[in-house]
Design a binder for this molecule. Structure first.
Ligand SMILES: NC(=O)C1=CN([C@@H]2O[C@H](COP(=O)(O)OP(=O)(O)OC[C@H]3O[C@@H](n4cnc5c(N)ncnc54)[C@H](O)[C@@H]3O)[C@@H](O)[C@H]2O)C=CC1
Ligand SMILES: O=C(O)CCC(=O)C(=O)O
Length: 527
């Protein structure tokens, strides 16, 4: 019988499902060393946010087939390490949506009517009605940053309560925002106009410290800020200062940069209106039952040799088909991620063109992998092989698929063209030798480069000196170039330059590159 380790508190209903097919051991509060020691015995691991599944644990997990996260965020699992070992990672993308949205609404109401402080005052023997005069939320402006699943539910309820809605989400279509009664605006406008601001976006390099001192300074002095998404999206020190200085009226936080929140965090010392909860967004009986069932069923299915319905890293395909298509799925995901960044946010359409040998294979998993890559910058771990098509449809992305078996430049190649806020861009890629990915064209300019974590693309006039100027400019910003290639169609026409660089582009450098004579456009990409 297979063995499952449950290393965080999980609802009994989940344990019952696992027990149908496996021996279940519940051992919570294990240290990292203890986990490394015992993990080799187990076929599956079920966790919440308390267990960090590091590379060391994955390396020791010689039998492990699946890691199940009873919740959404899989930021506590080393996904690349799991993928390399062929371990499926599953989550429950929707099981706690309502719980997190309702916690947000509760925070907003509690802030507007001073409920925690008033409660504390009555319990300590006082009867002070004047001090706790609140504000109504009716007709107030709610600014929603991140209009995905949780943000949408908050919008629906807040609208029913008579609030006016603004939203900032660079990856969402205007149509979807309109359906939810939200006016889609830029972040600056939302920050300046909203009476309540609520965050519902993932934490990514792009969103870390998104709400910082300059942004806080633009908020109304009567504004209140709520974060039930992820710690680190708000600069906590800047928030504490803004609250202390009376720059904004209040804040309610469920999540923190480091959890548990440090005992001496300045946030704990504030006397102004601050509500702090210990990451309770998903903590309802219903959500915990939902996520336990959702994830336990997937673990059971994988242990029975069936596909998982919400795999974050590996699609639920028949093993023989998966083996054959796996390198192409990786290619499609990489190209999808790349083309979405070149096309900018708010992609309206994606053209997937399967060429050569690839044109004769089953296309649907390749299209899904391309969509997963396309949405991965916006949705992070929320997008998987199961929901990528639905997410794309909900975002109003049109998918057009074409095949051409006659193109034989490489044994099989894939071209993705996306139209987004930065116009239409296309990338083509192929597999070389040992299934190594090569990007073989950008906007129809021929190149041959491997993808890298940090890349810089320019469109420029093909003329002497321009490559040297870009190289020197990068050098003056201390950016190390790992490789560089130029592709052109005609001599002294337009050309593209692709640079793989060792670090992210420093702030201000892209603007400097754009000023170089002959440069028409420049893009930086993180894969
Ligand atoms: N406090 C808690 O216990 C819980 C917290 N969460 C967190 O809530 C957050 C939202 O979850 P869902 O709504 O389910 O996710 P989702 O994936 O459905 O929606 C996220 C939205 O953020 C948008 N987005 C991405 N980058 C953005 C940017 N730079 N600026 C503005 N918008 C951006 C995306 O386009 C997407 O529409 C996640 O961080 C999740 O981890 C989720 C469940 C419970
Ligand atoms: O397991 C939990 O309670 C955390 C929930 C959460 O933050 C998530 O699902 O992303």
């Amino acid at each position: 019988m297979p063995k499952v380790l449950v290393s965080d508190p999980i609802e009994q209903v989940g344990i019952d499902i696992l027990s149908q097919v496996a021996q279940v051991d519940i051992q919570t509060n294990l240290s990292a060393e203890e986990l490394v020691r015992i993990i080799p015995e187990y076929d599956a691991l079920m966790i919440r946010s308390g267990t960090r599944v590091t590379q060391a644990i994955i390396q020791a997990a010689t039998q492990l087939k699946i890691i199940g996260r009873a919740g959404v965020g899989v930021d506590n699992v080393d996904i690349p390490a799991a993928t390399r070992r062929g371990i499926v990672v599953v989550n429950s993308p929707e099981g706690n949506t309502i719980a997190a949205a309702e916690h947000t609404l509760a925070m907003m109401m509690a802030l507007s009517r001073h409920i925690p402080e008033a409660n504390y005052s009555v319990k300590s023997g006082q009867w002070d009605r004047k001090r706790f005069t609140g504000v109504e939320i009716y007709k107030k402006v709610l600014g929603i940053v991140g209009l995905g699943k949780i943000g949408s539910h908050v919008a629906t309820v807040a609208r029913a309560m008579g609030m006016r809605l603004l939203a900032y989400d660079p990856y969402l279509s205007l149509d979807r925002a309109e359906q939810l009664g939200c006016r889609l605006v830029e972040l600056d406008l939302l920050i300046q106009e909203a009476d309540f601001i609520t965050l519902h976006l993932p934490k990514t390099p792009e969103t870390a410290n998104l709400i910082n001192a300059p942004i806080l300074a633009k908020m109304k002095p009567t504004a209140r800020l709520i974060n039930c998404a992820r710690g680190g999206i708000i600069d906590e020190a800047a928030l504490a200062e803004a609250l202390q200085a009376g720059q904004i009226a209040g804040a309610a936080l469920d999540v923190y940069d480091k959890e548990p929140l440090a005992a001496d965090s300045p946030l704990r010392q504030l006397s102004r209106e601050v509500i702090l909860t210990p990451h309770l967004g998903a903590s309802t009986e219903e959500a915990q039952v939902n996520v336990a069932i959702d994830v336990a069923e997937q673990i059971r299915d994988v242990l029975l040799g069936l596909p998982a319905r919400s795999a974050v890293n590996i699609p639920g395909l028949r093993p023989d088909l998966l083996e054959k298509l796996k390198p192409y799925l990786q290619l499609a995901e990489t190209l999808g991620n790349l083309v979405s960044q070149l096309a900018g946010g708010r992609v309206e359409s994606l053209k997937v063109s399967l060429q050569g040998e690839l044109a004769t294979s089953e296309s649907q998993p390749v299209v899904v992998a391309a969509l997963k890559g396309l949405l991965s910058h916006a949705l992070q771990e929320r997008v998987n092989y199961v929901n990528a098509s639905i997410e794309a449809k909900e975002r109003g992305i049109r998918v057009i698929e074409t095949r051409d078996a006659s193109i034989r430049d490489y044994s099989g190649s894939l071209q993705l063209s996306a139209t987004g806020s930065l116009g239409e861009h296309s990338v083509t890629g192929s597999l070389l030798g040992d299934n190594e990915i090569r990007i073989t064209s950008v906007d129809e300019f021929p190149i041959n480069v491997p993808p890298a974590r940090f890349m810089l693309f320019t469109l420029h006039r093909d003329m002497p000196g321009i490559i040297g100027k870009i190289g020197s400019l990068l050098g003056s910003f201390n950016v190390n170039i790992a490789s560089m290639q130029v592709g052109r169609k005609i001599v002294r026409g337009d050309a593209v330059m692709v640079l793989n660089i060792d670090d992210p582009l420093p702030e201000g450098l892209l603007e400097e590159i754009m000023k170089v004579p002959g440069i028409r456009d420049a893009y930086t990409v993180m894969l």
